[in-house]
Design a protein around this ligand. Structure first.
Ligand code: ADP
Ligand code: ZN
Length: 738
């Protein structure tokens, strides 16, 4: 038999095919045949054979390759009963892939996760009110159950209903047998309650009202705009953007809204606040939620019924049906950059998503990132300002303690001036915060006998002493070991000394200085769960803590009404190291932490311990002139052509064989294409040259804005054969230079 000729674009009797993208690091979608009776749509979730395996993926837009061998085609096995991905989201996946240079399948994996959420969970048996039989013996216990059942608008498990009624399960079951309760099969992933957008929020101040009006107007246009909500700490930004959330939910009854938060510790108080505002708990997406909780959110976002979603950066890739507004709270936070798997900046990707799908996005911050500030000055974003704190609270008074003139006692870290200030504050019954952005007891453990600095095995990373757990921990690899009593190098006994302070050491000093005070430590090591963070915040609010010793985890977003003094133990800490955002980041952290003071009626102050009071960041904190600081920062970056004035990408080579890694680096140097406006720096050993037994070498690529840095890198790395034992990681817009 001869094959029928097929003309391009004209249907022939060739088998119907679809392109299927799999959530694997593959360069492109694969072609599969569609058997009669199946009708996969673009965006449909399907399963297909891949080698010996069956894999779940998504029907993707696109044509089969021209050289397709139809005879070899395998067929789609199954279509899942889950709403298809929207064209918008598929376009976004392709775009993120093109931007980050990670395979489209790797990006799709962030949308699909493991693929397990496609399986509807086993139905559960639930009970609701049935028809009361005439001869029913109504005992008081049964009355209680029926009363509880009358309040239900969805079926609940027997044990749940029994608990609500305060009776045993047996009472519920006997009522079911009688028909007074009906038994129903239900989906255990209960839909989320609809947020009540008609509910009124707090009465807004005049400036809040004005800001809310501008944002609401933008929401009403149903089109893309980038808005910066720029308000000092405590100005009530949240109240303002919640008005926009309400407006978006109201004007389109299928609209979904996403609020991104950078930090898990902020989530619980925030969810509480939203629940009060809208009378319903929003869907909450976070690694902390557990797999069943995540499945519920994923499925309810996919079917469109979860209308308000609060989540960490990865929530941006949830399978929304009709996403119409994104809020990025604390937009300046480095936590929006994902540093594992697909490397992306969630804030930047969120802006791209909003632009592609044509809806507004609100970035909120008291200390906007330089990227955002420049976008405002170029007119790309509209800035909406809140100039003062809500309710007449004043901004904290910031002053410096010059540590060269007021040094602490030997072996201590708090200067007499700071100690006096805490004394005074505690005597008044007010709360103080001692801030040091360093976890553990001491950042470095050194042997007094042989000078050895203890590092993690196979890594150039220092071991940090944690005294609460009596361990030495590597903050990069997670390696930990009990603190030895002998030096692992020279075997001297009791020779290991802790160098420098971490937050636990400051707490130790505080306990020694203020034995009467109630002191607590707030760091990711001492407060590991959402619930623990919540408990600590409640203790703060109830004034059961006098002195809180904390890392940056306490610096962000929290509202401590009785906190009036912030002491920054080492204001210079972030300035060392010199990556391009060091100054900006230090400014942000210091402003945020100072901004915890005096947020209610009492005014607050912040004291910064510093050895370099004349440094622009430190001096600028006293004047509080953010715009002047940002302008100086901006000029510096512009001069050097750094982002956002130029583009930056990092290329990291890692491998266990040092020679091989360096060979590949050399081959890459030879292959650097000549291109206008592009500079390649390196190879240089990474600051952490050895990590978990791998050797690490980096390149940095800098390009002017008119150059596609992606195209350059594709051409460059595509021209060099890299053995599989050397891993190449490309990081567009890198934030970490380790
Ligand atoms: P920001 O996010 O700007 O730091 P928040 O939105 O957290 O500020 O507001 C700071 C505090 O002021 C919160 O306790 C908040 O409930 C309160 N607040 C802000 N605006 C109002 C308002 N219009 N009415 C009542 N309380 C408000
Ligand atoms: Zn030693």
């Amino acid at each position: 038999m001869t094959e029928a000729p097929s003309l391009p674009g004209i249907a022939s009797d060739r088998p119907q095919t679809v392109q299927v993208l799999l959530p694997l690091p593959l360069a492109r979608a694969y072609t599969y045949a569609v058997l009669d009776g199946m009708a996969p749509q673009p965006g449909s979730f399907v399963s297909v054979p891949l080698g010996p395996r069956e894999v779940r993926g998504v029907v993707w837009p696109g044509e089969p390759p021209a050289d397709l061998k139809e005879k070899k085609l395998k067929a789609v096995l199954q279509i899942y009963d889950v709403p298809p991905l929207t064209p918008e989201l598929m376009q976004f996946v392709d775009w993120v892939s093109g931007y980050t240079l990670f395979a489209p399948g790797a990006v799709l994996r962030m949308v699909m996760r493991s693929g397990a959420y496609l399986d509807a969970p086993r139905p559960q048996t639930g009970f609701m009110l049935g028809t009361l039989p005439e001869n029913l013996n109504l005992t008081p216990q049964r009355e209680k159950v029926l009363a509880a059942a009358r309040g239900l608008n969805f079926p609940v498990a027997a044990s749940d209903l029994a608990r609500r009624a305060g009776v045993s399960d047996a009472v519920v079951r006997s009522l079911a047998t009688s028909g007074a309760l009906q038994k129903l099969e239900t989906d255990p992933d209960q839909p989320f309650e609809e947020p009540d957008f008609r509910r009124k929020g707090h009465d807004l101040s005049a400036s809040q009202q004005a800001a809310a009006d501008i944002i609401r107007q933008q929401v009403a246009t149903k089109s893309y705009a980038g808005l910066l909500l720029d308000g000092v700490t405590g100005s009530g930004k949240t109240e303002v953007y919640l008005e926009a959330v309400a407006a978006a939910l109201q004007q389109d009854r299928t609209a979904q809204v996403l609020v991104l938060l950078p930090e898990i510790a902020l989530t619980m108080p925030f969810l509480k606040r939203l629940t009060q505002r809208f009378g319903a708990m929003p869907a909450h997406w976070h690694s902390d939620v557990g797999d069943a909780g995540r499945r519920r959110v994923w499925r309810r976002v996919a079917d469109g019924s979860a209308r308000l979603v609060v989540g960490a950066r990865s929530a941006l890739f949830l399978p929304f049906q009709n996403l119409r507004l994104i809020i990025v709270d604390e937009e300046h936070e480095g936590a929006y950059k994902q540093n594992e798997g697909v490397l992306y900046q969630a804030r930047d990707m969120a802006v791209a998503r909003a632009a592609q799908a044509n809806f507004p996005i609100v970035l909120a911050s008291a200390t906007p990132s330089l990227e955002t500030a420049v976008n405002v000055s170029l007119g790309r974003y509209t800035s909406v300002k809140l100039e003062s704190r809500f309710g007449g609270a004043s901004m904290p008074d910031v002053s410096l303690i010059d540590m060269r003139e007021h040094p602490p006692e030997r072996g201590e870290w708090l200067s007499p001036m700071l100690v006096d200030a805490v004394n005074e504050n505690t005597a008044k019954g007010d709360q103080s915060l001692l801030f040091l952005n360093r976890r553990g007891y001491a950042p470095l453990t050194i042997c007094r006998k042989c000078g050895e600095r203890l590092t993690a095995p196979d890594s150039d990373t220092w071991l940090v002493e944690h005294r609460f757990s009596n361990t030495l921990v590597c903050h990069h690899t997670g390696f930990s070991m009990p603190k030895p009593d002998r030096c692992p190098h020279c075997n001297s006994k009791d020779s290991l000394a802790a160098c420098g302070p971490g937050v636990e050491r400051i707490a130790e000093e505080a306990v020694a200085k203020w034995p009467e005070a109630r002191i607590a430590v707030f760091s990711s090591d001492t407060v590991q769960t959402n619930a623990a963070a919540q408990a600590l915040l409640e203790k703060m609010a109830a004034r059961e803590i006098d002195i809180l010793v904390a890392t940056q985890i306490a610096a962000k977003g929290h509202h401590f009404p009785h906190l009036t003094l912030v002491g920054v133990v080492d204001a210079d800490l972030g300035l060392a190291g010199g990556d391009l955002r060091a100054g900006e980041r230090t400014w942000q952290v210091l402003s945020q932490v100072a901004g915890r003071a005096g947020r209610a009626e009492k005014s607050g102050r912040a004291l910064l311990q510093t050895y370099q009071p004349e440094h622009p960041v430190i001096a600028g904190m006293v004047t509080g002139d953010r715009d002047a600081f940002m302008l100086a920062e901006q000029e510096g970056r512009e001069m050097l052509g750094f982002p956002p004035f130029g583009r930056l990408a990092a290329l990291l080579l890692t491998g266990e064989n040092e020679t091989q890694v360096n060979d590949v680096a050399r081959a890459l140097v030879q292959a650097v294409p000549q291109a206008q406006g592009v500079e390649v720096w390196g190879p240089a050993p990474a600051p952490l040259y050895r990590l978990r037994g791998s050797y690490r070498v980096r390149f940095l690529v800098k390009a002017t804005r008119d150059v596609s840095i992606q195209n350059f890198i594709r051409a460059w790395t595509g021209s060099v054969k890299i053995p599989s034992s050397v891993r190449q990681t490309i990081d567009i817009d890198p934030y970490y230079f380790l």
